[in-house]
Ligand binder design. Sequence first.
Ligand code: ADP
Length: 375
Amino acid sequence: MTAVTHEQVIEALKSVMDPDKKQDIISLDMVKGLQIKDGHVAFAIEVEASRGAQLEPLRKEAEQAIHGLPGVLTATVVLTADRDGGAQQGQGHDHGHGHGGAQDGKIMLPAVRSIVAVASGKGGVGKSTTSVNLSLALAAKGLKVGLLDADIYGPSMPRMLGISGQPTSKDGRTMEPMENHGIKCMSIGFLVEEDTPMIWRGPMVMGALEQMMRDVNWGELDVLVVDMPPGTGDAQLTMAQSVPLTGAVIVSTPQDIALLDARKGLNMFRKVDVPVLGIIENMSYFVCPSCGERTEIFSHGGARKTAAELGSEFLGEIPLDMEIRVTADSGDPIVASNPESPHAAAYRDIADKIWSKVDALTGAGAPKGPRIVVQ
Ligand code: ADP
């Protein structure tokens, strides 16, 4: 199957008309952040905040126009409000309800003590598996944990946390997060599946990630773990900038190429003044389930070396293991399903290291709120 191109997507979107302005959404420059990856197409349509609620049919039409193209596996389209319309954003929405607000262009979540991004330089390195197991390990410490699945290319948290269905809203404005294994979760996968109506009441924020932070009733959290989209492109940079991250952890496999990507990830966070809490090596080595022999399939140890070279902490290594895959893919990750296992202990050990850093950055003596930048 030939891959769909940027030009083909733009061409197809020229047939989608803004119902009020009677012009197509490309001519009106409404399409933002177009990303194409292995047949997965994602972008935002920027609209005035006041029109957001009634433009769901436009969003759907754009999604269908892309679905019809050869080589497209999924199309994910979200409505976002433009920044110029931002003046309207605070009105009676943020202040009355206490669910954030923007400061310096960043979303604030006053009841969320810290926000930690889990990132990777490329896809398929086990970023989501790591995010979910670390979240469970943090919850096992007695912390209140939320997990925000911001991986617009392949949202996997509904599956990994074993959650189905769609979030509901009590007040028609904020959404209730879904919950399982004691973790509150919101995923773009709950919201933008085919035929799922966009249930946000008026897109008041700049993008999908911010919507999922601010318009979700997270309540009080010690830590909100964000499963970031893989890669280090503009979309990731924008996210890293617009979310008040306490810090980021980078997941890498030991192969050189993945590590090169990991370096880019590290540099990206440094560029936007987000502290990198450390690097995790995933699929580090393989232990044969029948003979117990340890094989270093991807020449183990690369992440430790890279971390040292780049002056970042090596947080730990997780082996390539069948049980880790099967449990994550079936909605009962290993930290929850087999807490006695050495692999669960490895995740808990990494979670301990992360939490001690986050605690130091946000605890007594540190400035209040998650928007803390050090270094
Ligand atoms: P990413 O989020 O980086 O794209 P995922 O977490 O979705 O990657 O992992 C990709 C696949 O690899 C999944 O099927 C997952 O179960 C599997 N996987 C991830 N980490 C491990 C591991 N340590 N051992 C075995 N399988 C793993």
